[in-house]
Design a protein around this ligand. Sequence first.
Ligand code: I24
Ligand code: DGL
Length: 265
Amino acid sequence: MNTKPIGILDSGVGGLTVVKEMMRQLPHEPIVYIGDTARCPYGSRPSEEIKQFTWELTRYLQKFDIKMLIIACNTATAVALPEIRAELSIPVLGVVHPGARAAIKISRGYHIGVIGTEMTIHSKAYEKALKSIRKKTKVTGLACPKFVPIVENGEIESQETKQIVAETLAPFNNEKLDTLILGCTHYPLLQPVIEEYFGNNVKIISSGEETAREASVILDHTNMLNKSNEQPEHIFLTTGSVDRFKQIAENWLGTNDLQVENVQL
Ligand code: I24
Ligand code: DGL
């Protein structure tokens, strides 16, 4: 039994896709979420800067005596996970390995595509994770820098979005992918459009969903689940506007009473 909260960090609001899955799969676990909306996006920044920002978010969450840290941002996971895990004494989970494992599990042809921000693709973090599990996996990475702005503009199913998705994914046309990893917090919102583009031939993995599953397994195995049946209290922290964060988070999570506070790092 362990009533301490789980810390979840992200570059902004995209990590709420992981939070939603966590609340669904682990409904009794209290969460402290921190989103660096003031400095979002991270995906096009230099890796040293991403590491520094991720450390600042981690240090802030440590004030809450968290029992586990989830780095919900693919970009932050890709560049900062190893050093943060090395220094913390609690379990530290990123979104990359759970996504990679799920892709290997479902793939039949072992030709796996990965889409993400420029830094996530440049880092080859998914490629390394996939090949560490199964050496003879063919991995094709593709940066999709236009996708985050599309989602943030709320244009999730417009004709223009379908067009941009098709143009961006065109490099995959000559590749016989059988599985595609959505290696960015925002991409699950584009999943219907991406699925439509590929048809039924490509299986799609959403890393955030898999990460919640992994968190559940780790908490169970280490006897850290919160066994109380109470409705847990969650805390949401943002480095930017509380009102805008609250609006997006409440809409996405389907509630109207979130506790949201501004923090200065
Ligand atoms: N979706 C995201 N980011 C935004 C947005 C959005 N605005 C509308 N929608 N803005 O990410 C980012 C910049 N903001 C953040 C808050 O502080 C000020 C700056 C995707 C979120 C995924 C959970 C569209 C939208 C929405 C509600 C839910 C989902 C969604 F309004 F995509
Ligand atoms: N959260 C980021 C990710 O998953 C996307 C937004 C950003 O670039 O900060 O890679």
